[in-house]
Design a protein around this ligand. Sequence first.
Ligand code: A2P
Length: 317
Amino acid sequence: MKTIKFRNGDEMPIIGLGTWKSKPGEVYQAVLWALEAGYRHIDCAAIYNNEKEVGNALEKAFKDRLIKREELFITSKLWNSNHRLDDVQAALKRTLKDLKLSYLDLYLIHWPVSFKQGVGFAEHREEFYTYSDVPLIQTWEGMEQSKDQGFTRHIGVSNFNSEKLGELISSGRIVPEMNQIELHPFLPQEKLVNFCRSNEILLTAYSPLGSGDRADSIKKPNEPSLLENPTVIEIASAHNASSAQILIAYSIHRGIAVIPKSVNKERIGQNLEASKIHLSEADMEKLSNIGTSYRYVDGSFFTGPMSPYTLDDLWEK
Ligand code: A2P
């Protein structure tokens, strides 16, 4: 499996299994199928509310000697309600307990948005913290301490634009090692990708297939479909592949890790096989001229009328 490399030489398998939206009753089996198929990278988060089941699957795989811990790359993410310095490590330890691990390979700040402790999804003004209440750099210090103490090998962020990354780069001790963002042919984010590359920040593409299984409450009517896009279908048929495989190969071609979610055995296998597809420059050119621009996970669930955050704060200008 192709990998991408951290500054210290550590490697991360370029395809990982996504677990956002995987129901607790499905994710156990999905993780075991993925490990059997050859996945060595699993992407998790506390807010996915399924880390215990992922942990049960990992425990089973270790017990059955299917895999050793050191052969795996496990990512998790700090939820918005644990951004205060003292809360970061406590949250990480809960995640480690749920995953039944003694360390993570990568821990990310999930969103640059801060809630009061115990709040799942803030709706009322008093449930939010602002950047003056809890500056991002305070959260980052907690992440740095977690790395220093060996609870995680690498630290990074998710959903950060270049301005917020710049803040951490200039005021932090450790430059973020990863930015996990929505990336696919409808949202190539060239400017942010180039900013990360020039600062040696690796990238992971989430929602690479368009996350069609999102809840209706965070979906808009008539969203464009990546999997059914005519350009994607045309390239897929030329490669005798599926649309999903082309979308995964698109990220690999850019040197960006990619975490397609599936709980279906056949599709889990198919997605990993995408590593064998080599897109030509002409294919990439067609995908970069796809003619549709769309962000599926637009963050508007954090920017309602009672929120101190705006969409302008979140995304690249
Ligand atoms: P399922 O879990 O039933 O396979 P994303 O990774 O962008 O969040 O997209 C996940 C969605 O894409 C899920 O609905 C998932 O369904 C579906 N999916 C995953 N792999 C494939 C595939 N190879 N072909 C079609 N749909 C897929």
